[in-house]
Design a protein around this ligand. Structure first.
Ligand SMILES: [Zn+2]
Length: 377
């Protein structure tokens, strides 16, 4: 597949998406206009809608258990009494003092305490998600509460058809996290090595936090931001990704240099890539061109890691770097690109590991407040 063909494919996918979106809008309108014709309209699902659903993985029903949710969107809807009771429980169980300005985020956390599916050690890991919530002003509290209250974790051996380097999976449809570390009954009895498997659980739990919007994101972007968040908030080695999605993470870091990490976080949390394209277009070209540029990288990293295409795909991206950064060759962007260029070699991973060993990754934190402070010191 050459670059023109890839471009054509991307444009076709994009067109399908746009047409499907339009079709969905039309269907919504029609349903509003004529409830009686509902069943008729549903039968009119076009091929494009199907493509859209397949592309975006949206073939599932969302259940909102309003009865026991403290939130409607981001507003607390529980009674004052209920909120007080919940906060008392949280303070007691977590041994914290809940500040009035953080009540919302702690209330979301209460879902973990109430989750009947999680065992104690899983709850403890889930509770560590707190700073991620507190530092993210874009997440939808109602949906995150719902997700945390219902998520299940299953530990099993890795199925035969799953690749060796895959340690877990998040099933959007079932709000289920699977960890491939064999059967695990409790955390404490595990050796250090096995405990490290729990970074996978953290990664999958982060998916669940934003599950309602996360699944519509381009896959490479979604996985890379999830893993980068896991690294920044929970890894002892926050900067150098050795195993999981290293190249995808480099791409997201490059994007953070191009449009800034807050925009990346907003897009990730709200499922809206448009704001990234818009921000890119402020530096270079049009929003549509930016979308194609991102789609090319997605395709390149997920399917066609063709060495000969590397320069074509990634040199283009340089155009989007803000002018003042473009001229500063010490900008981390260039270091990321250099590490990324391992993809041009026959054995990209060995090449990458060698580079990491000799130079490491720039110590720049993009999301975690704590890590940002540490980095500044
Ligand atoms: Zn993932």
């Amino acid at each position: 597949m050459n670059i023109e063909e890839i471009e054509k494919l991307i444009i076709e996918i994009e067109l399908d998406k746009i047409m499907a979106k339009r079709e969905i809008e039309n269907r919504k309108q029609r349903r509003k206009n004529n409830e009686k014709n509902k069943s008729k309209n549903i039968k009119k699902i076009t091929f494009n809608v199907l493509i859209y659903l397949l592309v975006t993985n949206t073939l599932f029903t969302k259940y909102i258990d309003n009865n026991s949710n403290y939130f409607k969107d981001n507003k607390i809807v529980a009674s004052k009494d209920d909120v007080k009771k919940a906060i008392d429980t949280i303070e007691e169980k977590l041994n914290v003092e809940v500040d009035s300005k953080n009540i919302d985020d702690y209330l979301v956390l209460k879902a973990i305490l109430d989750n009947q599916n999680l065992r104690e050690f899983e709850k403890n890991i889930a509770l560590e998600l707190y700073p991620l919530l507190e530092e993210n002003k874009y997440y939808n509290k109602e949906l995150t509460y719902h997700a945390l209250k219902n998520i299940k974790v299953k530990w099993c051996d890795r199925p035969k058809d799953v690749e060796d380097n895959c340690y877990g999976v998040y099933k959007w449809k079932y709000e289920l996290t699977k960890g491939y570390a064999g059967k695990i009954e409790d955390y404490e009895s595990l050796g250090k090595e096995k405990q490290s498997n729990f970074s996978v659980l953290r990664h999958e739990l982060i998916h669940s936090l934003f599950a309602d919007k996360n699944y519509i994101l381009p896959k490479v972007f979604r996985e890379a931001v999830t893993e980068l968040l896991t690294n920044e908030y929970y890894s002892e080695n926050s900067y150098d990704e050795l195993m999981t999605y290293p190249f995808d993470i480099l791409y997201v870091k490059m994007l953070c240099e191009i449009v800034n990490s807050d925009i990346v976080l907003e897009a990730y949390t709200t499922g809206n890539m448009d704001i990234i394209y818009e921000a890119m277009a402020k530096n270079y070209g049009t929003k549509e061109e930016a979308a194609v540029q991102i789609a090319m990288i997605e395709l390149y990293l997920s399917e066609y890691r063709v060495p000969e295409l590397f320069d074509e795909v990634f040199d283009q991206l340089d155009n989007y770097l803000p002018q003042e950064k473009k001229e500063d060759l010490n900008n981390p962007y260039y270091a990321y690109k250099w590490l990324m260029s391992s993809l041009k070699e026959e054995d990209p991973y060995s090449e990458y590991w060698e580079k990491i060993e000799s130079h490491g990754t720039p110590h720049v934190a993009y999301f975690s407040k704590n890590l940002k402070q540490k980095t500044m010191k």
